[in-house]
Design a protein around this ligand. Structure first.
Ligand code: IPM
Ligand code: MG
Length: 369
């Protein structure tokens, strides 16, 4: 059987450090579970700007489109902040999302039992939390035209456009309904239909897709501002949340903090399934490049390792191996393994990035998985 291909794009800041730990888990699967991947590595973001002059070279994009899945670290940093907008590291990531047509961004927020006290909310509000935000990723205000800074009369005006077609809304709604069926069968759709026409259309299309093909799923609607409030008030009321690109960006950061640390949260960005049945796919941690701690070996590699677990589940039909990795992470945390971002008031000695990766591999070895 031909090996699956993985393209790793470590990117900037802590990206290379955390992706090195993902490599250990990939190697372990090959060694111990007979699941070997053909792994290639390339540049994206600031690292690509420095070496190749652009945040995503055409050749890298071509490799990404060929690969069975892409694993990305993080992009950006102060070094490239002064660049014109169209040349910034973030454009590399946005181009990958757009050109690979990765329209559904899955951002689970699960609270590990051992970390329930790390949330800024009370333990009882977050313990056992397991929600999934499905964020539309290739349209909306991130990509709508017209956009730019223009001159009107004697002053400048900054313009971005929120734009959604019916088919763009329908396809991401389908993803949310399909995923809900494999979970607790509930979808809450969030927009601002009270002030935005795109929100009115969003609500209409989600309602129609539901009535036509998913009447068995429990669907509710909420204005996104109320959604933010409800997520902090009683987050466990939700199962799957489906929302647009910008609201999804905000709400997923909010949901991330419910779980105690941004360093824990993975994501999957999926396109339509190809001829082989697999979706085009990119997996990345929700956290950014964290330039303030880059190069110090203290970053938390768990979000990246869990992103690889999502790749196993959604791209490679290896949900049992994904479960194994998630259980190994849970076991390390339960045994007190903590990177610096997870140190509570009780203190202790944090694990380095590499030591956390090693501990997870050891837990896999010990069959904690
Ligand atoms: C995210 C990030 C990106 C976004 C940036 C880095 C372009 O915040 O993935 O949530 O805004 O989508
Ligand atoms: Mg974001």
């Amino acid at each position: 059987m031909p090996k699956f291909t993985l393209l790793i794009l470590p990117g900037d800041g802590i990206g290379p450090e955390v992706m090195a730990e993902v490599r250990k888990v990939i190697d372990w699967l090959g060694r111990r579970r007979g699941l070997a991947f053909d792994v290639q590595e390339d540049l994206v973001g600031g690292a690509a700007i420095d070496a190749q002059g652009v945040p995503l070279a055409d050749a890298t994009l071509a490799k990404a489109q060929e690969a069975d899945a892409v694993l990305l670290g993080a992009v950006g940093g102060p070094k490239w902040d002064g660049l014109p907008f169209a040349q910034k590291p973030e454009r590399g990531l946005l181009r990958l999302r757009k050109e690979m047509d990765l329209y559904a961004n899955l951002r689970p927020a699960q609270c590990f039992e051992a970390l329930a006290d790390f949330s800024s909310l009370k333990r009882e509000v977050v313990a056992g939390l397991d929600i999934l935000i499905v964020r539309e990723l290739t349209s909306g205000i991130y990509f709508g035209e017209p956009r730019g800074i223009f001159t009107e009369g004697n002053e400048r005006v900054g313009i971005n456009t929120q734009r959604y077609t019916e088919s763009e809304i329908a396809r991401v709604a389908r993803t949310a309904f399909e995923l809900a069926r494999r979970r607790r069968n509930r979808v809450c759709s969030m927009e601002k239909a009270n002030v935005m026409e795109s929100g009115v259309l969003w609500r209409e299309v989600v309602t129609a897709v539901h009535a036509r093909d998913y009447p068995d799923v429990d669907l509710t609607h909420m204005y996104a501002d109320n959604g933010a409030m409800q997520l902090t008030r009683r987050p466990k009321q939700f199962d799957v949340i489906v929302t647009d690109n910008l609201f999804g960006d905000l709400l997923s950061d909010l949901a991330a903090m419910l779980t105690g640390s941004l360093g824990m949260l993975p994501s999957a960005s999926l396109g339509a399934p190809g001829a082989n049945g697999r979706p085009t796919a990119l997996y990345e941690p929700v956290h950014g490049s964290a330039p303030d701690i880059a190069g110090r070996g203290i970053a938390n590699p768990v979000a990246s390792i869990l992103s690889f677990a999502m790749a196993l589940r959604y791209s490679f039909d290896a949900g049992d191996e994904a479960d194994r990795i998630e259980r190994a992470v849970g076991a390390v945390l339960a045994a007190g393994g903590r990177t610096a971002d997870l140190m509570g008031p009780e203190g202790g000695t944090p694990l380095s990035t590499a030591a956390m990766g090693d501990a997870i591999v050891a837990a896999l070895d010990a069959g904690a998985g």
